[in-house]
Design a protein around this ligand. Structure first.
Ligand code: NAG
Ligand code: NAG
Ligand code: NAG
Ligand code: NAG
Ligand code: NAG
Length: 376
């Protein structure tokens, strides 16, 4: 631009015709025709080769001095296009700038470069803890992510099975690889007790890069006291004499729940969650107290049983009845004495699961019962 043209621009400007200003105006902060990089943001893995091109201008840079400022790599020029090539990206924090000079100023653009490294190792552990977790206590989970860059693109997620427990997005401007530990406070809950826990580190850099790495899974049990899980039942429970009495005391606990039943007679027996008495007689009336317990606690339920009398005389025919419960019982011999008011069943049972104690001859049995009814 000749000095007189320059002077002319100043004159025009003083007349208030500002739109005549060009990018060559020394007071302008932006270039009208700036260099443009392709891609506009370079994302490259540390150690990988990379390339970018700079279109120095559309027209304003012709016959001007132009170039690329770069701490590494090589460039080659073809017309107004400069190609930057790096065989191996060895820097973490680097830049490249493309420019051309006009008479009055320099017009330049920088290429944003993100050099990344997916985590080299991801590990999971419970801080200062091993063995089962106990309900009501607090535990600290730790996810260690080694040698990842840049930390600002990292997200750490803790898992229990397939369930996401916590997501932590890391921030920070650090461009060099870092090793970080993310902590998460966990309060165990009731429910399924034997989960695998682990964490996952995800590196996401715009739409250009996405990678993730999971830790090993850690299997750990959760302990909690039994809690009754019984459907609503009437109080009292009315059962007609001769019918079956079935009481359900299912409870969920960890470790395994053990059941004890206290009968109206005062006798206590180890059993399972289902208590069956078939057939029931008037003298079986009373309270049946079930205790569901493990080493962390006990939950109890008190069933009040009322037996309704049958006044008519029974004229029985041959029947076979089988009552099934969760316990397996073998070798049951029953003999039956019928009178007009009650059915008395004498049972000798050997229970094959749970406690090995023998149930004495008694008018009921727990578990699988075979009831042989003879004709009168
Ligand atoms: C320079 O660019 C022109 C037009 O795009 C192309 O035809 C030519 O092959 C390029 N020359 C080199 C040396 O790359
Ligand atoms: C873990 O135990 C060590 C040694 O007892 C202690 O210094 C550290 O603070 C504990 N860490 C946590 C998170 O409780
Ligand atoms: C994840 O855990 C951290 C630390 O315990 C907590 O600060 C953060 O709020 C949690 N985030 C979510 C989404 O639960
Ligand atoms: C006992 O109750 C539990 C929990 O409500 C239920 O899953 C189970 O089927 C019941 N058992 C019987 C034999 O009714
Ligand atoms: C059970 O029997 C008692 C005494 O006969 C009676 O008062 C009560 O209403 C009965 N309950 C049910 C649920 O049948």
């Amino acid at each position: 631009m000749s000095p007189c043209v320059f002077l002319f621009l100043i004159c025009v400007n003083s007349l208030g015709v500002s739109h005549v200003r060009s990018s060559d105006d020394p007071e302008a902060n932006t270039c009208e025709d700036p260099p443009v990089f392709s891609p506009s943001h370079l994302v490259v893995k540390h150690g990988d080769p990379t390339t970018a091109t700079c279109t120095v201008c559309k027209e304003k840079c012709h016959n001007k001095h132009m170039g690329l400022e770069k701490p590494l790599g090589t460039d080659s020029m073809n017309g107004t296009t400069i190609t930057w090539t790096v065989d191996k990206m060895t820097e973490w924090d680097t830049f490249v700038m493309c420019y051309y000079n006009t008479e009055s100023r320099q017009c330049s653009s920088s290429l944003p470069i993100t050099v990344y490294q997916p985590p080299v190792r991801v590990s999971f552990n419970f801080v200062n803890h091993s063995g089962p977790m106990i309900l009501g206590h607090t535990y600290i989970m730790q996810c260690s992510v080694e040698d990842v860059a840049p930390v600002g693109g990292l997200t750490v997620v803790f898992y229990k099975g397939e369930t996401e427990l916590n997501e932590t997005k890391l921030d920070g401007e650090e461009k060099n690889p870092v090793t970080i530990a993310v902590l998460f406070q966990y309060h165990p809950v009731r429910g399924y007790h034997n989960w695998n826990y682990y964490c996952k580190a995800t590196l996401q850099l715009g739409t250009e890069h996405f990678s993730w790495k999971s830790s090993e899974e850690v299997n750990i049990d959760t302990y909690f006291p039994p809690q009754l899980d019984v459907p609503p039942y009437p109080n009292p429970i009315n059962v007609t004499e001769g019918d079956a009495l079935v009481l359900n005391c299912s409870a969920y606990g960890s470790p395994r729940t053990h059941y004890r039943w206290k009968l109206p007679t005062g006798q206590t027996i180890a059993g399972n969650s289902i208590f069956t008495l078939d057939p029931v007689s008037v003298s079986d009336e009373g309270h049946y107290i079930c205790s569901a317990s493990n080493n962390l606690g006990t939950d109890t339920v008190d069933y009040s049983v009322f037996v309704q009398r049958v006044t008519t005389t029974t004229t029985a025919t041959t029947t076979t009845a089988a009552t099934t419960t969760a316990t397996t019982t073998t070798a049951t011999t029953t003999q039956r004495v019928l009178d007009t008011t009650s059915i008395v069943v004498t049972t000798r049972s050997t229970r094959s699961t749970g406690s090995t104690s023998r149930t004495p001859i008694h008018r009921f049995t727990l578990g699988f019962m075979l009831l042989f009814l003879a004709s009168v």
